[in-house]
Ligand binder design. Structure first.
Ligand SMILES: [Zn+2]
Length: 77
């Protein structure tokens, strides 16, 4: 069985579903038995979601910026 340390090392690949099937099963088995790692993965998921949201907002801001720049050029002409 995986140790908690190994689980942490595999956690980001697990969340991105990049683990092999056998490794993924080992991780899931560990998670069913280990409440600490369950909590850890939950936290990871939350922070990933927040991070993705931030990235999306940055993209939205970039779009807004590009639009403002285009408008500024139009009014300058
Ligand atoms: Zn554990």
């Amino acid at each position: 069985m995986l140790s908690c340390k190994e689980l942490v090392a595999n956690s980001s690949d697990y969340l991105d579903k990049r683990l092999s099937m056998s490794r993924g099963l080992e991780v899931r088995l560990h998670l069913t038995l280990c409440v600490n790692c369950r909590r850890f993965i939950k936290q990871m998921k939350i922070s990933q979601a927040v991070f993705r949201k931030m990235e999306l907002q940055q993209d939205a801001d970039l779009d807004g910026l590009a639009q403002k720049l285009a408008e500024a050029q139009r009014t300058n002409r």
